[in-house]
Design a protein around this ligand. Structure first.
Ligand SMILES: [Zn+2]
Length: 220
């Protein structure tokens, strides 16, 4: 006797109604599982996209505060549109604007001012977890301050190469730091090296190692 094969919509075959129903139920379960998984992935993706959009908006809001500092510096006839804000856990720790002219201080850059204000506010030299928003890309001095203060991330507005006369000295500084010591305009040369090494050795035993072994703990 010839066997009549029944077929599911996905092409699986069975010899009886019971058999084909089992196969169809299995297909349906697989489809439902796949659909649930797909919808879960879509939902998680949507949540992540929403969180990312909200964070971008917060970043933009903080950057506008850095721009406001920069605008104030220009209005006050200082060196240019440089402003910065340091933020941690959604709270402002400090802000600053360039004060080179007003403060008669060549190191009074906006980001450095903001880091100093944040350190004063938080009562610690360690700004771990903080974010710095700056109207411009950082010069090597301000970037050093970011590293030394343990700041986690930096957002900036315009690049140093885009700042024209406002940033040409900073572009030069960046270039100087990128070339070998012997090619730089300002030379660094050791003098009284033996005495310096002796001072270093005495300092080590004086400090009893605690600070050196546990950097960062001295600020607690
Ligand atoms: Zn700087």
């Amino acid at each position: 006797m010839e066997t009549i094969l029944l077929r599911t919509k996905n092409g699986l075959t069975g010899e009886s109604t019971k058999q084909i129903n089992k196969l169809r139920n299995a297909e349906s379960a697989i489809f439902n599982f796949g659909m649930r998984k797909f919808l879960t992935v879509c939902f998680v993706g949507l949540l992540a996209a929403q969180a990312s959009l909200a964070q971008s908006k917060k970043d933009a809001d903080w950057m506008r505060k850095a721009f406001e500092q920069a605008r104030q510096a220009v209005e006050a006839q200082d060196l240019g549109p440089f402003g910065a804000v340091v933020v941690r856990n959604g709270q402002k720790l400090g802000e600053g604007q360039i004060r080179v002219i007003r403060g008669k201080d060549p190191t009074a850059h906006a980001a450095l001012q903001a880091v100093r204000a944040a350190v004063r506010h938080s009562g610690s030299a360690d700004l771990k977890g903080a974010v710095l928003y700056s109207s411009s890309e950082l010069c090597p001095m301000c970037l050093s301050a970011v590293y030394l203060a343990n700041i986690s991330r930096v957002f900036y507005g315009f690049g140093l190469s885009e700042g024209g006369d406002f940033t040409k000295n900073l572009v030069y500084l960046k270039q100087q730091i990128s070339i070998p010591l012997e090619d730089r305009k300002v030379r660094e040369m050791p003098v009284l090296r033996e005495n310096a090494l002796d001072l270093l050795e005495k300092s080590r035993s004086f400090l009893q190692q605690d600070f050196l072994l546990n950097p960062g703990t001295e600020t607690d």
